[in-house]
Design a protein around this ligand. Structure first.
Ligand code: 13P
Ligand code: 13P
Ligand code: MG
Ligand code: MG
Length: 383
């Protein structure tokens, strides 16, 4: 059976600033999808991660289907009305366009979709992150799909021996989709060269080279490119098919034990470690730390089982403790150096006005004391 898994997520308002959505908001979105999606969807699952609500659905339409996207857009609109009614912060935050036009790409909500022939058993993982951007998945995906140190399946599983193809997007390019296809293992250094720059290059999809099947889909939207200013972090979602010719669930999850520093947290402007958290977790310390949740599913004819909360296992408590320590360590240096994002990322925030007024107050001295020693040296050399 050919089917599509779609995940569409948005921040449409939250309690106490950017912590988490209200119960009524969740119920409103859920009720809307259940009622209006009855004849369109095979199944759906709604959860939140931080202040973002994700709608996971299965259906027989193609990716970017107008009706599926409109259903989710309208569910978020209904939620926004509830959020306004409750006085939630940032009601409708990610709904950046007035009217729906075909699909939600470029309108604010994040989208990841996978279309495939359902296997007799179909395990897949749904990831959602808050207070960070899509580059947060670069390292976990590289390790899961390209590094035998993390993924023994690259050595042990015949279906994985040919490696995986990475489709990487240049998210700074706004005229269209600028992408490159690179194959692991041959292009490993090229993949690493791009993926280290998480603000510019992000993995959009990963494909099996043995079967040609798509293994992973990642949302790549950068909200500041749509809005032209800072309107919140992108808070990316991701779908990953696992087992058989794909990495095992454990191989996809393992990299999150690193708790790597990613862009995000307070005002989307900092470097903070990524904490794996249980489903439906809110946000706390310093509008962070950036969090990632993972729901594991099995599926039959598009009907999903209940989700298994992949990061709820006691193992991840130790990781969370380590990430909390890393977060506190980084915060000790406040705005200094590596603690904040580079200017290229901050240019969408109010810091630009501040720099402008400061720039006007700069003066150039008539006599440069600073340059004197250099001049003296230059003269000495000539002499
Ligand atoms: P099981 O023997 O539990 O199916 O595990 C197989 C496997 O490859 C796990 O990584
Ligand atoms: P969100 O993108 O999750 O709304 O966070 C915005 C923010 O600025 C938090 O400090
Ligand atoms: Mg928010
Ligand atoms: Mg958010």
């Amino acid at each position: 059976m050919k089917l599509t898994i779609s995940v569409i997520k948005a921040d449409i308002g939250s309690i106490g600033g950017h912590l988490c959505p209200s119960q009524r908001l969740m119920e409103t979105v859920n009720a809307y999808v259940t009622e209006h999606g009855a004849n369109l969807l095979l199944d759906s699952y709604i959860s939140y991660t931080g202040d973002d609500i994700a709608i996971v659905s299965t259906h027989e339409r193609d990716p970017n289907d107008a009706e599926v996207h409109k259903l989710c857009w309208d569910a978020f609109m209904a939620g926004t009305r509830a959020a306004k009614d409750q006085g939630l912060y940032g009601a409708g935050q990610d709904l950046l366009k007035e009217a729906f036009s075909g699909n939600v790409r470029g309108m604010g909500p994040a989208v990841a979709e996978l279309r495939f022939d359902e296997r007799p058993n179909e395990p897949f993982l749904f990831f959602a992150a808050d207070k960070t951007d899509p580059g947060a998945y670069n390292l976990p995906l590289y390790l899961a799909f390209a590094d035998p140190m993390n993924t023994p399946g690259l050595m042990l599983s015949p279906g994985m021996s040919e490696g995986f193809r990475f489709v990487i997007m240049d998210v700074n390019y706004t005229e269209g989709d600028r992408v490159i296809e690179l194959n692991a293992p041959e292009d490993l250094y090229g993949i690493a060269t791009l993926l280290r720059d998480t603000e510019r290059y992000v993995v959009e999809s990963v494909w099996s080279r043995s079967t040609g099947e798509q293994a992973a889909a990642i949302s790549t939207s950068r909200l500041h490119n749509i809005a032209g200013k800072y309107t919140g972090k992108d808070d990316p979602v991701m779908l990953v098919r696992v087992q058989k010719d794909f990495p095992a669930t454990g191989e996809v999850l393992a990299p999150y034990a690193i708790g790597p520093y990613v862009a995000g947290a307070m005002r989307g402007s900092h470097q903070m470690p990524l904490m794996p958290v249980p489903l439906n977790s809110g946000i706390s310390y310093f509008d962070g730390p950036p969090v990632v949740s993972c729901a594991a599913f099995a599926m039959q004819r598009g009907k999903m089982t209940e989700p298994v909360d992949a990061f709820a296992h006691p193992f991840w408590d130790t990781v969370r403790d380590a990430v909390a320590r890393k977060a506190i360590d980084m915060r000790r240096q406040g705005f200094f150096g590596a603690a904040m994002l580079p200017m290229s990322e901050l240019e969408y925030t109010g810091i630009m006005e501040k720099l402008k007024t400061l720039d006007e107050r700069f003066v150039v001295r008539a006599e440069s004391t600073h340059a004197l020693p250099h001049r003296a040296i230059a003269t000495a050399r000539v002499g």
